[in-house]
Design a protein around this ligand. Sequence first.
Ligand SMILES: Cc1ncc(COP(=O)(O)O)c(C=O)c1O
Length: 523
Amino acid sequence: MPAMTDLHARHTGLRSHRSVVDSGLAAPPRPPGSPDAASTDGLEEAIGSLLPALDAFNRFEGSDRSVPRSAWLPLLDETLPEEGAGAEAVLSLLRDELIPRGLRVGHPGFTSWVTTSPSTVAAAAHLTAAVSFAQRWWLQPGNFVDVLAVSWLIELLGFPTSFVGTFTSGGSTANLVGMGAARQHAGEKLGLDPAAEGIERLPSPRVYASPETHHVVTRAMGVLGIGRTAIRTLELDAERRADVRQLRRLIAEDLAAGRTPVAIVGNAGDVNTGIVDPLAEMAEVAREHDIWFHVDGAYGGWGMLDERVEAAYGDRGAYDSFAVDPHKWLAAPVGTGLAICRDGELLSRAFTIEPGHYDRERRGAQDDGRDAPYPWGVLGSGTPDWGVDFSTPTRGLAVWAVLKEIGAEGMRERVRRHNDFARLVAARAEEEPELELLSQPQLSICCFRYRPPGWDDGERIDQLNMAILHELRLEGRSLPSSTRVGDAYAIRACFINPRNDREHVDMLIEDVLRLGRRLATDD
Ligand SMILES: Cc1ncc(COP(=O)(O)O)c(C=O)c1O
């Protein structure tokens, strides 16, 4: 641990008081009016003092070059303070030093990730949830809109209203919930209860998925005791979608060998190229064998809101479970995923949490129309039996707020616009002789590379594109990511950020061409 810096001393200035607390003779100083060392009032002043800095940050002026690690790390890298520095020291550190150096994923030219920073109302609702609805439970407005937001999303995404859903911390947990339901389904078919007894008696479980499946699915298999190696990786067809003929072959082979097919996993827009698996056909195979059909739409599930590609998602009523992230394309604050499931009762059996003594009475409570404690299934509420959280923030408040602000049509329009941006990138990549399109976008991701005419050496082209991406990051105007498409290193632009605009599409192409020409000449 490096020595404490001068700046640290300026922000805390308290080291000399250490002995007072160590001796146990004096309580730490308390803010006026607070029974605790932490201030519990003055919220308006505290947040108000941060708002100008937050607003300035959200304008994303300047470039990422203004945030070298050396500018902020020494301010933070300190040992645990024995005595608190007080509210103002923390607020000023936030305001003056940290906020301006924040993560610029919401930058309008940022097209790297499938998450972004929240839109304005989503951020405001997030703060509201933290203060006013500090738990999603108990029937209160936050709880009600949390449950309402789930039902709105079930409707928006075209699921039957009999499906249930629960907010999760993200796509990882939403997939874990779906895969937990799959495990329960597979066990119950054999007269077992995997949630209660584990899966020792479940013979050789197997899960079928394409190599483009996100690694959180295999991790969920690890967590659930199915094991990561139980994955049967399907080949990709010519359109980079899971090969359904091979899926049928593998299932037949596993059944003949006495293994247990637990789940077929489809991708509703993989994170690399945004390709949607042949979901209707996969669902059909699942139905034929009564295998659970889980679909990961954490990023691309929203793509179904574009009527031009909606058919690729097939009938949502044929899915058994679905993961989708409001913290991706919906631009809700990170920490907001959603698991949707066909069978709420099975899901409850998979994730039952036995009530504690303190909890029994509340769970049995009936809604008295006024202030009844969380009465399961009545009006609002939801249940902790549908996921892995118990105490949980009111994640749905921000989702409700965004949907209320922009409506279903606002979200559809965002998805169409972003899908159009990816198509525009593809069109430019096809049109420019120095660019090569590597994946034809189905949704809002386009992968391409700079390839000077006459260059054939794959390794050399990769190196050039790595150098281009490096320079792009230094410039901080156009911020795509990289991936691999087949053997090729690709520049990957992913549009989910509500701040991305048409001009950023053109800027990205111009920046890649400009840097490519310069770096290819230097080569
Ligand atoms: C397709 C897909 N599934 C799952 C995940 C994991 O989601 P999260 O990061 O919200 O846990 C991601 C995140 O990138 C994703 O793109």
